[in-house]
Design a protein around this ligand. Structure first.
Ligand code: UFG
Length: 340
């Protein structure tokens, strides 16, 4: 296999750190940058421990086009995996301009830097949230697009920008639409470390399990699903990371751009997630049904077949595996990367 020099934007985030390790394990050379807007520099030491080597890193902001271009040139980068961005749905509703500036203008700045540096491959971190929530799963890539919040709009806009830029230049792009990433590296050295109260189900469940919070609120049990609670496609972050390695390897084969779901194809309910976490942590996890959260769909899970055909990638790990790994991380690092 041809090894590449790959730059990761947002390398110290939950997903970026796992991708850095997966790339290194596959023989690629990894460099990265981050502005630490939602991550800790401590991640770099943890990744170095796992990989047995430290990676070239710079503290850089997406807005700084020239600095990014020189970082790409200096490190002889062949392809970029673009993960840096803001990711809270609620925050995007309250502060839409900040979201469009960081996610959309930031991505344009990155693409301009890549053009300056003659880097012609990009893999972009998109989201299943670009799909109209009012349609039946499994969701293939041709499902109806219709995000219902600014965050989702930023993701589809950047996909479109990459598609247009690829059509007009020698750029090749792959937009990866993630379903719900969960789990942690089996070493328990890296994992998800949300700032403040977690918005997402799995980190909340794990913080209840470790005793940091009292109980999980189940947002409604009257959905049109088998047990009435919301159904999602939870993908182990290490599977997600392997999907990025497959996408980087596929860049050389595609003509302009492509869009691919990264999911398992399996839907799990909120009650099933809590039960799987209880087994992993070997304890009861208190929970209570409360009213629905606005904007939540009944059910969202992937048709992952395109990823298998075009990338030769398929999720290997189950929800139970993800809960075991997520729990090991939470149990050994109750306060994430900070010590108290
Ligand atoms: N849920 C609860 N209680 C909680 C949190 C969540 O019952 O405390 C439920 C939700 O109602 C939903 C499920 O758990 O049914 C999953 O909710 P998450 O917030 O974990 O995930 P979402 O599917 O709502 O959204 C996530 C990310 C988005 C991303 C989207 C892609 O938060 O950024 O997946 O589908 F865009």
């Amino acid at each position: 296999m041809h090894t590449l020099n790959v730059a990761l934007t947002g390398v110290t985030g939950y997903i970026g750190s796992h991708i850095a390790i997966a790339l290194a394990e596959h023989g690629h050379w990894v460099v990265g940058f981050d502005n630490f807007a939602n991550s800790s520099p401590a991640v770099l030491d943890r990744v170095a421990t796992i990989c047995d080597t430290s990676m070239p890193f710079a503290e850089l902001d997406l807005a700084d086009t020239d600095a990014i271009a020189s970082f790409l040139v200096t490190n002889k980068v062949d392809a970029v995996i673009h993960l840096a961005g803001l990711k809270s749905v609620a925050e995007s509703v309250a502060e839409p301009l900040r979201y469009y500036e960081t996610n959309v203008a930031g991505s344009v700045s990155l693409l301009k830097a890549m053009e300056q540096a003659n880097v012609h491959g990009i893999v972009f971190s998109s989201s299943a949230t670009v799909y109209d929530p009012n349609q039946t799963s499994p969701l293939g890539e041709d499902a109806v697009i219709g995000p219902i919040n600014p965050y989702g709009h930023t993701k589809i806009m950047v996909e479109q920008i990459i598609n247009n830029a690829a059509a007009a230049s020698s750029l090749k792009g792959i937009n990866l639409r993630y379903f719900n990433p969960v789990g942690a590296h089996p070493s328990a050295l890296i994992g998800e470390d949300p700032v403040g109260t977690p918005n997402n189900l799995m980190p909340y469940v794990m913080q209840v399990a470790v005793g940091m919070r009292d109980e999980v609120s189940i947002y409604g049990d009257d959905y049109a699903t088998p047990d009435g609670t919301g159904v999602r496609d939870y993908i182990h972050v290490c599977d997600l990371a392997d999907g990025h390695v497959a996408a980087v390897n596929a860049l050389a084969k595609i003509s302009t751009s492509d869009t691919i779901n990264l999911g398992t194809g399996v839907g799990s309910s909120v009650r099933e997630v809590i039960a799987a976490a209880e087994r992993a942590a070997d304890r009861d996890i208190p929970h209570r049904v409360v009213k629905r959260r606005p904007g939540d769909a009944d059910m969202s899970y992937a048709d992952p077949s395109r990823a298998e055909h075009r990338l030769g990638w398929k999720a290997q790990r189950t929800l139970a595996d993800a809960c075991v790994d997520h729990w090991r991380w939470q149990d050994q690092n109750p306060h994430g990367y900070t010590t108290s």
